[in-house]
Design a binder for this molecule. Structure first.
Ligand SMILES: Cc1ncc(COP(=O)(O)O)c(C=O)c1O
Length: 357
């Protein structure tokens, strides 16, 4: 893929950039450039370009605004101690975007092109990748949307793929602490045959009423149950779940209606290598409650690109509170193994890291 570059004539100056990178927060500041590629049935993917970051001009009849044909990814670039910049399993994000695209009736962006686009933007804006101190990183947001001006329910004939980037601070300020969860007994996130496995904005829109409930209850995230029986654990609004048992075995809810997290897939491999049997299967709410009460479940953790791995605290619902399991030992070991690899402090024994520049 040929990518042209138009440099931003007024990039953020060094003093302001240093100020931003000292305290980037999350999703607030954006780098000097953005990448765009367009697709039409006749020309395929074309007009790949890096340009100064800025607003889009969209016709009010742009299809995505009405029918939500959209898919996105979330990943990070990490700076190592020697100044080099790396991403973590970017081809997995690319492959997931292909699967999301199939579900959303989009054209597929080839894996190599996806990775090249992300690399090109990171290389252009490499001064925006923070130092690794405090687990800061550059969050990367590739996304695809129906950019055709047309009102009518059918797959768009003009599609736009973009990548933007935003420096991100540590997810946990002042140390890692368990997240308390709210059990949604009213709303589900996804159903059989739906879009649960795709990373598409509609799934997040569907989660917001439940997330608002969680915040009102003083919780950090929502736990969603299956849509058929309201009995089996699916995932959180933005993370996957793992349950560690007293015999060392680990269970994580099976795929189908959940987002197949890249952190989740990596932990399944990593925990296996650490000698833990990992099972992907249905896991019920009763098993959670009884397992914690009996001591059969010793740890529960959530995982995703943003927080990597985080211990789960209480599970709250209108019917009572399930307390946090006693331990976080394996959770923290797995966390450090992954974070160590990402920031180049630990050996990359799986070959998961990808050098960008
Ligand atoms: C609904 C949902 N589940 C799980 C995850 C974790 O996925 P990953 O590990 O690829 O970040 C995310 C993260 O974006 C998510 O939004």
């Amino acid at each position: 893929m040929q990518i042209s570059t138009t440099a931003n004539p007024t990039p953020v100056d060094d003093a302001r950039l240093a100020e931003i990178l000292a305290n980037p927060g999350f999703g607030t500041y954006f780098t000097d450039h953005m990448l765009t590629v367009e697709w039409t049935p006749d020309a395929g993917w074309h007009a790949a370009r890096i340009e100064p970051y800025g607003p889009l001009t969209l016709d009010p009849a742009t299809a995505v605004l009405h029918y939500a044909q959209e898919t996105f990814e979330g990943m990070k670039a990490y700076r190592h101690a020697d100044g080099s910049v790396w991403t973590f399993r970017p081809e997995q994000n690319a492959a997931r975007m292909v699967r999301s695209s199939q579900r959303l009736a989009f054209p597929e962006l080839p894996v190599d092109d996806f990775v090249e686009c992300v690399d090109a933007l990171v290389r252009t804006d490499r001064r925006w990748v923070p130092d690794s101190e405090g687990e800061k990183s550059l969050y990367l947001r590739p996304f695809m949307f129906a950019s055709e001006t047309f009102l009518g329910v059918r797959p768009a004939q003009h599609v736009t793929f973009m990548v933007i980037a935003s420096p991100a601070g540590a997810y946990f300020k002042g140390g890692i602490k368990p997240v308390n969860l709210w059990l949604s007994e009213t709303f589900t996130r996804a159903g059989r045959g739906g879009m649960g496995a795709a990373k598409t904005g509609g799934n997040y829109a569907a989660s917001l009423a439940a997330q608002r409930e969680a915040i009102e209850q003083g919780c950090d995230q929502v736990v969603f149950l299956d849509d058929q029986e309201f009995r089996y654990i699916e995932e959180l609004g933005g993370m996957n779940l793992f349950f560690v048992h007293a015999d060392g075995s680990i269970v994580t809810p099976e795929t189908g209606t959940i987002l197949e997290g890249i952190t989740r897939a990596s932990i399944i491999e990593l925990a296996g290598k650490l000698g833990h049997a990992v099972e992907e299967r249905k896991f019920s709410l009763d098993e959670w409650r009884q397992g914690v009460a009996s001591g059969q479940i010793t740890e529960i953790f959530a995982c995703g690109t943003a927080a990597v791995v985080t211990p789960v605290g209480e599970l709250r619902s209108p019917h009572g509170v399930t307390p946090a399991p006693a331990s976080t030992e394996l959770t923290m070991r797995i966390r450090e193994a992954l974070v160590g690899m990402q920031f180049g402090r630990a050996e990359d024994t799986f070959g998961w890291m990808h050098r960008v520049c």
